[in-house]
Ligand binder design. Structure first.
Ligand code: TTP
Length: 396
């Protein structure tokens, strides 16, 4: 069976991290989100993929190629404008067989969950998640084993089953996608096409999502996903480790990396290739550090995603943060990650302050940001791509 993966989105809520790559190529546990999804699908037995690309598609194609490196086949189909999930799935019509599954390129899912979907016998199957606040989702109404209706963001939700956006479809879904009118927000929504499929008398079942449901939409979702992925880490050391460095728990260290004396690393932590770590630094759990990164003397870092070629050279604290590529931290740069009043931290997303729901959240830093020495960055700040701060600057 083929899997269609939707990966055309612009990831606007994720800016500035998506200024130079599509959201699905952002790293969690040092691997692009999309690669986690492909690997889980492979573990469920899928060998053929159709990736619907759009925004910065070359970045995806350059990385995965035709799939031969992973012993799978990958076809790409371009969705020129992101006209909705139904429209995106419709783009794959020429590439799929009688039955196929659809995965979101930005939603972590386990191989078990995918396998359960493949094995179902109904005409179509939706994946649903039991949620506490169904009003914010497409809510799935059921009768016994069957889905009877999907209602978008209802005021009085009839069930607590949210549509998780992962599907098993028959080819006939394309007939309904072709007939689906634009929704009020101007998109071809797959939920409208599914309702037409249900109304035609097709048997549509549902599969309850039992795993963690991590939909990666906002920058701090990367931290949640990264922590989740690192929790399953198995240690592997390919780096040179000097005798007075300490490694505890599950730690992965890539080839060409050096861990200098006095570095104290508590896993789960993953550090990529050709990094220079220490001497005398403290790397705490749930941290993923990419390739060619320098973490120097008296730096403490916890629960962070640090992308390739970044330099946090001396005397810095960085907690609960996402740091882009090619950044340089001036000595003494500190990131606040907790409010004194203990309230949850709000972050600017698409020009509006959004409550992250997190008590601890540091900085979201775009690529190629340079901070001056002794820069202080307040909780939940977003530093845009290519920005600099001056000596002793306070970023609020
Ligand atoms: P979204 O998260 O709704 O969209 P997005 O990824 O562009 O992010 P943002 O809202 O921050 O701009 O999309 C869910 C998934 O579906 C995601 O993997 C992208 C994909 N998608 C398409 O491939 N084509 C589309 O037209 C739409 C709307 C989504």
């Amino acid at each position: 069976m083929k899997a269609v993966i939707l990966a055309a989105g612009q990831g606007t809520r994720m800016r500035p991290l998506t200024d130079r790559r599509p959201k699905v190529m952002l790293p969690i546990g040092n691997k692009p989100i999309l690669e986690h999804i492909i690997d889980e699908a492979m573990a469920a037995g899928i060998r053929e993929f159709v990736i619907v690309t759009g925004y910065m598609e070359d970045c995806i194609k350059d990385y995965f190629g035709d799939g031969s490196q992973k012993n799978v086949s990958i076809d790409y189909v371009l969705q020129e404008e992101q006209n909705g999930t139904g429209h995106a799935i419709g783009c794959a019509e020429e590439y799929v067989d009688d039955r196929f599954i659809v995965l979101n390129g930005d939603m972590l899912i386990s191989s078990v969950q995918i396998k359960n979907l493949i094995d179902r016998a109904e005409d179509a199957v939706l994946t649903v998640k039991e949620v506490e606040n169904p009003c914010n989702f497409g809510v799935v109404c059921t009768a016994g084993e069957k889905v009877t209706q999907i209602v978008e963001k209802p005021e009085n939700p009839p069930t607590n089953l949210a549509n998780a956006g992962i599907y098993l479809f028959p080819r006939s879904i394309f007939d309904y996608i072709h007939r689906t009118p634009e929704s009020p927000r101007g998109e071809i929504e797959i939920t409208d096409s599914i309702q037409m499929l249900i109304d035609s008398g097709a048997i549509v079942g549902y599969e309850v999502f039992r795993d963690a449901w991590i939909d990666i939409g906002r920058p701090w979702d990367l931290l949640t996903a990264n922590k989740h992925v690192l929790a399953g880490l198995t240690g592997n050391i390919e780096a040179e480790v000097e005798p007075n460095a300490t490694l505890k728990g599950e730690v992965v260290l890539g080839e060409g990396t050096i861990i200098r004396n006095g570095a104290y690393i508590i896993g789960p932590v993953i550090i990529g290739k050709n990094c220079d770590i220490g001497p005398n630094c403290f790397i705490r759990p749930s941290t993923a550090i990419g390739d060619n990164v320098r973490i120097g003397n008296a730096v403490e870092i916890k629960n962070c995603v640090v992308m390739n070629n970044t330099n946090i050279g001396h005397l810095s604290y960085v907690g609960d943060s996402v740091i882009g590529r090619d950044c340089n931290f001036g000595a003494g740069t500190k990131v606040a990650n907790l409010r004194h009043d203990g309230r949850t931290i709000r972050v600017m997303v698409k020009g509006e302050k959004v409550d992250s729901g997190r008590r601890k959240l540091g900085v979201i830093m775009g690529d190629n940001v340079h901070t001056g020495i002794n820069t202080c960055i307040n909780v939940g700040c977003v530093l845009k791509t290519d920005r600099c701060t001056g000596l002793g600057e306070v970023v609020k």
